[in-house]
Design a protein around this ligand. Structure first.
Ligand SMILES: *Cc1c(COP(=O)(O)O)cnc(C)c1O
Length: 307
């Protein structure tokens, strides 16, 4: 099984926090493992264990060309001695794309399919076709969210976080949020920031929690206005915030997920959302591997080492 490293918390120091009497820390899931970063470590852990238990030799999954999930699955499968297959959305496999280059380097077999075909990713017929093409495999869904993923993300919080009043996380498919909700304490509030545009999200999250029979003991708050244009879209405000966060606290964020989450929490702080005495923990879900590709794709420089 993938060994997890000690996860440090970084305490944030800022005059506004002192003034409002709010404590803020960042839980560094970006440091949970050298190659399987962030929340993906927890989402993959029990899925790969199950693949091995079922005697599979390969895992297959889906993702976009810059996907953290593809990157992490490739790395984790390699560590577990499993062959990985990545079905990539889009027409071309760009050899310059750092995410795909890494995935290939650690042994993932990559196949790109058109966006149209990609939409079939959960159809049984399409999966049967893939089994004919590639042989038997253990399927990990796009974004990696399933019951075993949620079992893993339920382990993110431990007794070390019990004295925080608020926990904040970005949301994509919701598997991380669901696991956190599952382990929330009665006196805590879980703040979820959607990285995607749209209000359907409220119903989808409700459905996901219901499907996995998660009744959170704590309070749940979802925010849908911090998407900055939609999934993988950004605003100049967001990019400036990421630079400011790095300069102020020495912590790197990504523009797809953690940047939006931290931006939202800081905005809520300024709007006095947190009462004096609140202790807020931002969950840094990782995703920094995507920064290089983001800069390559957009020309926008992000802070931190560009290697
Ligand atoms: C995948 C990912 C998320 C979204 O996680 P879900 O479980 O799909 O909601 C959030 N942050 C980062 C950095 C990610 O890579």
């Amino acid at each position: 099984m993938l060994p997890r490293q000690h996860i440090p918390n970084t305490q944030l120091q800022h005059p506004l926090l002192d003034q409002l009497k709010v404590e803020m820390g960042v839980m560094r899931l970006d440091q949970v493992h050298p190659t399987v970063s962030g929340n993906k470590f927890f989402k993959l852990k029990y899925n790969l264990a199950e693949a091995l238990k079922q005697n599979h030799k390969q895992v297959l999954t889906f993702g976009g060309a810059y996907s953290n999930h593809i990157h992490a699955t490739a790395a984790a499968a390699k560590l577990e001695g499993l062959q990985s297959i990545g079905i990539i959305r889009g027409e071309l496999l760009d050899s310059q794309n750092p995410t795909l280059r890494y995935a290939k380097e650690v042994g993932m077999l990559l196949k790109s399919i058109s966006r149209e075909l990609y939409r079939n990713k959960i159809h049984p017929e399409f999966l049967n076709q893939l089994r004919q093409d590639w042989g038997e495999f253990y399927l990990i869904p796009e974004g990696g969210t399933n019951a075993l993923a949620i079992k893993g993300t339920t382990e993110i919080l431990s007794s070390n976080q019990s004295n925080f009043s608020h926990l904040a996380t970005p949301i994509g498919t919701g598997g991380t949020f669901a696991g956190l909700a599952n382990s929330l304490l009665p006196q805590q509030e879980l703040i979820g920031i959607s990285a995607l545009k749209g209000e359907a999200f409220h119903a989808e999250m409700k459905h996901l929690l219901h499907k996995h029979r998660i009744k959170s003991k704590g309070n749940i708050a979802l925010f849908t206005q911090y998407h900055h244009g939609g999934y993988a879209k950004w605003s100049s405000e967001l990019i400036e915030f990421i630079h400011w966060f790095w300069e102020s606290f020495g912590i790197l964020l990504d523009p797809i997920y953690t940047g939006k989450m931290a931006f939202a929490v800081w905005d809520l702080l300024q709007k006095k959302y947190f009462k004096p005495g609140s202790r807020v923990l931002l969950i840094h879900t990782g995703g920094l591997q995507g920064n290089l590709g983001f800069t390559q794709r957009t020309g926008i420089i992000l802070p931190g080492p560009l290697t």
